[in-house]
Design a protein around this ligand. Structure first.
Ligand code: FES
Length: 307
């Protein structure tokens, strides 16, 4: 996203102006050089799945930050209410926070490598603030270890303040920019049988993009004649699945390699965590028809349904 895009968004407050400047700041692009190395380090196996969240069905990072945040905030609370007797507890909590921050760092880094543009810049600022907070906590821990309880407590308080700012940017990434959100969360296909495309338009093993009522689908006709239909938006960052590669009974996203079972939409390989919405398929008078038993109210977009 360039500066012109931000101007078009017309920031409505000082906070929005600051966020827009951050998102447009090319200063943060210097961190991009670390992406290939991190991606090699993370790989694509079980460790990558654990870091990105495939076993959970959503990103690991929001879960992984719970332990260190609880410890760091807990240490500051004990500093305030625990008096001298609480100093040992606060020191131990700070140490535990530092140790448990490792999975949080690793899962955040894994998510960051598959962002781009404005989202990556905010992610870089988020990481820089977290690194600063950890440095303050490490100093706090060292001071506490040397018996300088007050200095350690103040450093811990400073760390928590910076951690709060990092958390604010994390919230912006997730709730405003949708990083980590299932990108099909607000798409909704038909819940009753509706025609999608003539069977004749589907060549064997050639993923085809078909749009229906504003929702993109990818349809694949298999060699035995079976037809599979998924929404044509990778649940990870929105990659176009119809440009992907067929691998056995799956389709692999062209952007970061997430692989979905063609029939069920299940994630067979990350970094996607949410399954691709799949549809029941039948053929009526040479037309492919689809429907889906839609469990989510959010996906039934009221604005689109009313238009
Ligand atoms: S968009 Fe990232 S794997 Fe599809």
């Amino acid at each position: 996203m360039d500066i012109a895009d931000h101007e078009r968004e017309r920031p409505t407050s000082r906070r929005e102006v600051l966020l827009a400047r951050l998102e447009a700041s090319e200063l943060f692009d210097r961190a991009d050089a670390a992406v290939p190395r991190l991606q090699r380090l993370i790989g694509s196996g079980r460790m990558a799945d654990l870091l990105t969240g495939r076993p959970l069905g959503h990103p690991t990072h929001p879960v992984a930050i719970l332990a260190p945040m609880s410890c760091f905030v807990g240490a500051s609370v004990v500093d305030v209410v625990g008096g001298r007797a609480g100093r040992t507890v606060a020191r131990r909590l700070t140490g535990l926070g530092l140790v448990t921050s490792l999975p949080a760092l690793a899962s955040g880094a894994a998510d960051w490598t598959t962002t781009d543009g404005a989202e990556r810049r905010v992610g870089t600022a988020h990481a820089a603030l977290n690194a600063t907070a950890l440095w303050l906590f490490a100093r706090s821990s060292a001071r506490r270890g040397r018996g300088a309880g007050l200095r350690g407590a103040l450093l811990g308080l400073a760390g928590n303040t910076v951690l709060g700012a990092a958390g604010y940017l994390g919230g912006h990434l997730a709730y405003r920019r949708g990083v980590g959100v299932d990108t099909t969360a607000f798409l909704a296909g038909p819940t009753a049988w509706e025609p999608l495309a003539p069977v004749a338009d589907l060549a064997i093993d050639q993923p085809v993009r078909v749009e229906h009522d504003g929702v993109p689908f990818v349809a694949v006709r298999r060699p035995g004649g079976a037809i599979a239909v998924l929404e044509d938006r990778c649940t990870h960052r929105g990659g176009p699945l119809h440009d992907g590669e067929l691998v056995d009974d799956c389709i692999r996203c062209p952007w970061h390699g997430a692989t979905f079972d063609l029939t069920t939409g299940a994630v067979v390989a990350g970094p996607a965590t949410a399954p691709a919405p799949s549809y029941e398929v039948r053929v009526e008078q040479s037309m492919v028809e689809i429907r889906r038993n839609e469990p989510s109210t959010l996906r039934v977009n009221p604005a689109r349904a009313a238009s």
